[in-house]
Design a protein around this ligand. Structure first.
Ligand SMILES: NC(=O)c1ccc[n+]([C@@H]2O[C@H](COP(=O)([O-])OP(=O)(O)OC[C@H]3O[C@@H](n4cnc5c(N)ncnc54)[C@H](OP(=O)(O)O)[C@@H]3O)[C@@H](O)[C@H]2O)c1
Length: 372
């Protein structure tokens, strides 16, 4: 076995270029409570793209020697100011076999096991991971099945947990045909929670209905506003998780929630006193989020991120959610991948243009053991 590891690095330069390269370094050593994972599989999630491509437009990606380079759009250099010139690792999560372990009992217990891991450096043949960020997988679970155990499963569960913690009883989700959206639909079916799915194409509505979704609103339909208000009135959903961020959708959801809450109630100049909440948890559209504020005064719009949510529920909550994910990783929390690609293929402009745009059913899985 070679003593070297191949690792992907992403560097943004002050002339507005992002450069992806593969470097060779000695396999990292595990600290006392760490393990070294020989990475088998790691998804390219929308949340990885910021670190990887730093906002470079897919059409600008090209080869330069052994590197993949892309041109950053206006404002992107400033947005990346804190990382200029630094060769950053990427790949939030993945799965692999523990090939070296530190001295602690927790680390030693993982030696030789397949784990799901969260390190921020999984686009590599080897990644050093804290044992707190490793979950041992049952023997029957494959590397591909174990690759997406953290980011989407815990976020989907975080949505239903947040709904309960904040006193809501049903929820709305946008870009709902995503991998995460399909997971959320399965959680809601299992847990008896009413979920209003918003999608942007009829095929996506069909996909969710074929998986048992009762409430699906197709944003491209002329009747979408009425359809959403009817679904909100029927389900009582007063909290929404929005993956898109930019455009009119947040404002429209709040308007429809207000219309649903006011149905049958007499006129009030201050609007309903039902609290309506939208959390923006993704940035699929980077344009501004206009708010017309035509829905009374009981509403909120905020950001939602997995890490602070995990801090909010504490260790006991995290263990409870992780145990559910591990037990249901091949069912409720299963992810779908369109293609597996090697580290070398990540630098191929044609392949990169495919993974750079998060599209329904088109997620890529990086398999560092594979060679182009
Ligand atoms: N805040 C957090 O902690 C956190 C954690 C995990 C995930 N996330 C977010 O969760 C979302 C889903 O992740 P995923 O891995 O499940 O994604 P995915 O499987 O790659 O699916 C992406 C989905 O987004 C849709 N989409 C893309 N651009 C869109 C736009 N401008 N307007 C409407 N829909 C659009 C795509 O539909 P089309 O096929 O129509 O393009 C597709 O259905 C991402 O936004 C991600 O950043 C956030």
């Amino acid at each position: 076995m070679s003593n070297n590891s191949t690792m992907l690095r992403s560097t943004v330069t002050d002339d507005g270029v992002v450069r992806l390269t593969l470097i060779e370094e000695p396999i990292p050593e595990a600290g006392p409570d760490e393990v070294v994972v020989a990475v088998e599989a790691s998804p390219i999630n929308p949340s990885d793209l910021g670190m990887l491509l730093a906002g470079a437009k897919p059409e600008s990606l090209s080869s330069h020697g052994d590197a993949l380079v892309g041109q950053l759009g206006g404002g992107a250099v400033a947005a990346n100011a804190a990382r200029l010139g630094q060769a950053m690792p990427a790949g939030n999560e993945g799965s692999g076999i523990v090939v070296a372990a530190g001295a602690s009992g927790a680390a030693q217990a993982l030696m030789g096991k397949r784990v799901a891991a969260l390190s921020g450096a999984m686009y590599a043949t080897h990644s050093r991971v804290s044992t707190a960020m490793c979950v041992e997988m049952p023997e029957s679970v494959t590397a591909e099945q174990a690759a997406s155990c953290f980011v989407n499963p815990l976020t989907a569960l975080g949505m239903t947990e947040t709904m309960r913690m904040e006193g809501h009883t049903a929820l709305v989700h946008t870009a709902a045909a995503s991998n995460l959206g399909q997971m959320l639909q399965r959680i809601c079916l299992d847990d008896g929670i009413a979920l209003v799915n918003i999608v942007r194409r009829e095929e996506q509505a069909e996909l969710l209905r074929s998986q048992g979704a009762e409430w699906v609103v197709d944003w491209s339909a002329d009747s979408s506003r009425d359809d959403l208000t009817d679904a909100l009135a029927a389900t009582g959903a007063t909290i929404a998780f929005d993956a898109i961020g930019g455009g009119q959708q947040v404002d429209t959801i709040l308007g429809c929630m207000e219309a649903a809450a006011s149905r049958g109630a007499g006129f009030s100049r201050y609007g309903s006193d039902t609290h309506k909440q939208v959390y923006i948890y993704g940035g699929l559209d980077r344009s501004p989020t206009p708010l017309t504020r035509t829905y009374g005064m009981s509403w909120g719009v905020g950001g939602w991120l997995l890490t602070p949510f995990l801090g909010r529920i504490g260790l006991e909550g995290i263990v409870r959610l992780r145990e559910r994910v591990t037990a249901e990783i091949t069912t409720t929390f299963a992810s779908h991948y369109a293609e597996t690609i090697s580290l070398e293929e990540m630098l191929d402009p044609e392949v990169a243009r495919r993974y750079a745009v998060p599209t329904t059913g088109e997620k890529r899985l990086v398999t560092p053991g594979k060679h182009a």
